[in-house]
Design a protein around this ligand. Sequence first.
Ligand code: ATP
Length: 238
Amino acid sequence: MSGPLLEFKNVDVHYGPIQALRSVSLHINEGETVSLIGANGAGKSTLLMSIFGQPRASGGQILYQGTEITHKSAHYVASNGIAQSPEGRRVFPDMSVEENLLMGTIPIGTAHADADMQRMFELFPRLKERRNQRAMTMSGGEQQMLAIARALMSRPKLLLLDEPSLGLAPIVVKQIFQTLRELAKTGMTIFLVEQNANHALKLSDRAYVMVTGEIRMTGTGAELLGNEEVRNAYLGGH
Ligand code: ATP
C-alpha cells in the first residue's frame, strides 16, 4: 500500500447547528504513533468517532488504506482492522477479564483467541493475575488496560485510543504509556487522543493540536514539546 493508512481530507462534522470539526486534514502512516491533543471540548472524541461514521462527516473525506470510508458502517470499519479503546474505558462490568477479551474478537472470530489472550497477558501481566475477576471490581487503571487489550484482540491494523490516562493516578498513567511504547515498538499503528499532552507528545512520532474543531498545529512530538504556545496551553507552561 502506498500513502497513509488513515487520512482525513477537509472533514467537517456537525451536531445539528453546532460545527464540531472544521475542515480537518490529517494523516497517519503505517507504523506511526500519532497523537491528537487539545482542551476539553476541542472535538477530539468527535474526530475519533467520525472514523466509524458516528457522527457521520458532513463534508470532506475519510480514507483508510486508500479507500473512502466516509459513508461506511461502523461494522465495516471495525471488521477491516480499526479498533478503538473508548474513553471512560467502557469494559463490560459483569464479565470477567477473559470474557471481556473474548468480546474483542467479535470482528475476526475466535480462531486466534487463545494465543492472542496469552499475548495480552504478556503485555499486561496484571490482567493475567485477574483473568477470572469481574471487570467492575477492578481498579481504573486495570480497566483501562483491559479496554486496550480488548481492542487489540481484534488484531487491528490501527489502534485508536481515546484518553487512556483519564482519571488515573500518575504512576498508573506512566505504566500505561510504557506499555503503549512497547506496543508501538512491535510496529502497531497508534492514533492517540489525549489531554495529557506531556505523555502523549513524548510517545508520539507526530502530533496534531486541535482547537475548537480545527487543527491548529502539527509537528513531531519533540517539536511540539518544545513549542512555546503548546507548553503554555497544554503543558502548564513548564
Ligand atoms: P473531551 O476531552 O471533553 O471529551 P473533546 O475534545 O473530545 O472533549 P468532543 O467531545 O468531541 O470534544 O466535543 C466537541 C464539541 O462537540 C463540544 O462542543 C461538544 O459539546 C459538542 N458535542 C459532542 N457530542 C455532541 C452531541 N452528541 N451532540 C451535540 N453536541 C456534541
